[in-house]
Design a protein around this ligand. Sequence first.
Ligand SMILES: NC(=O)c1ccc[n+]([C@@H]2O[C@H](COP(=O)([O-])OP(=O)(O)OC[C@H]3O[C@@H](n4cnc5c(N)ncnc54)[C@H](O)[C@@H]3O)[C@@H](O)[C@H]2O)c1
Length: 264
Amino acid sequence: MSLEGKIALITGATGGIGAATVRGFVAKGATVIATDLDQALLDALAASLPADKIVTLAGDITEEALNSQLVDLALEKFGRLDVAFLNAGIGGELAPTHDYSTAMFEKVMRINCTSVFFGLKYVLRAMLGGNGGSIICTSSVQGLQACGYTPAYTAAKHAVMGMVRNAALEYARHNIRVNAVNPGATDTNMMQVVADTLGHGNPDKVRNAFEASVPMGRYARPEDIASMVAYLAADESAYITGMPHVVAGGMTTHWCTPMQLPVN
Ligand SMILES: NC(=O)c1ccc[n+]([C@@H]2O[C@H](COP(=O)([O-])OP(=O)(O)OC[C@H]3O[C@@H](n4cnc5c(N)ncnc54)[C@H](O)[C@@H]3O)[C@@H](O)[C@H]2O)c1
């Protein structure tokens, strides 16, 4: 599978899934416009890749102007934008709905949902002026199901699915595809924060419990998610639009795992 010659915008680019996707895209021949909050981390990522394959711009993706600047940067430097991976996100608090802070609810919605709308808005404008393209938004298994204690995250990731389906319909005739990737528990800072928060000094206990609930018995590696994103960006997925793409080791197949039943 090749991404040779493709120009791709990636948000949340220095995070676990984002950085793995940047590396995977560059290895497959793409040139990447990478954005995240911290310029020093973006510089470190860029230093590990061929200089002509990555351009970086730091900023807060919840600022509408940054989204437009990133698209302008792609058009100025490369004349077009073929792919966008709208991936930045946070987990927010872990609390039942009646205790969940309103400020945190609004923050999670702003980063995980509103910024995806901003990304879609400006990326679509650029792609409409070109030959089409592929947009991949990071939802989650929590964009399809709930696990509790995450009212904002679950709402935002379901909202991403709605925006994906809506945009896929609106732009299918323009050869612009819009899909979601729906990771399960993935071995990044986000799951580490969950383990630290719930673990009360014993994060491994939480990790082990999560992994035991996954049929394949392990977290996803960031590269497992990046492979799906590369496929959705590539011409091999040319007839796929408006769909979730679950990468979760079998997590969404069941209401309980055989390992949880008192058999044998
Ligand atoms: N790790 C998981 O288990 C998991 C599962 C399902 C979905 N996801 C989703 O995958 C995406 C990537 O998460 P990850 O697991 O790589 O976690 P991560 O924390 O390693 O990466 C998230 C990145 O988003 C960036 N970001 C956060 N707020 C931002 C803002 N306001 N402006 C710009 N950048 C911002 C962070 O700086 C970070 O680099 C997120 O959307 C997350 O919700 C993760």
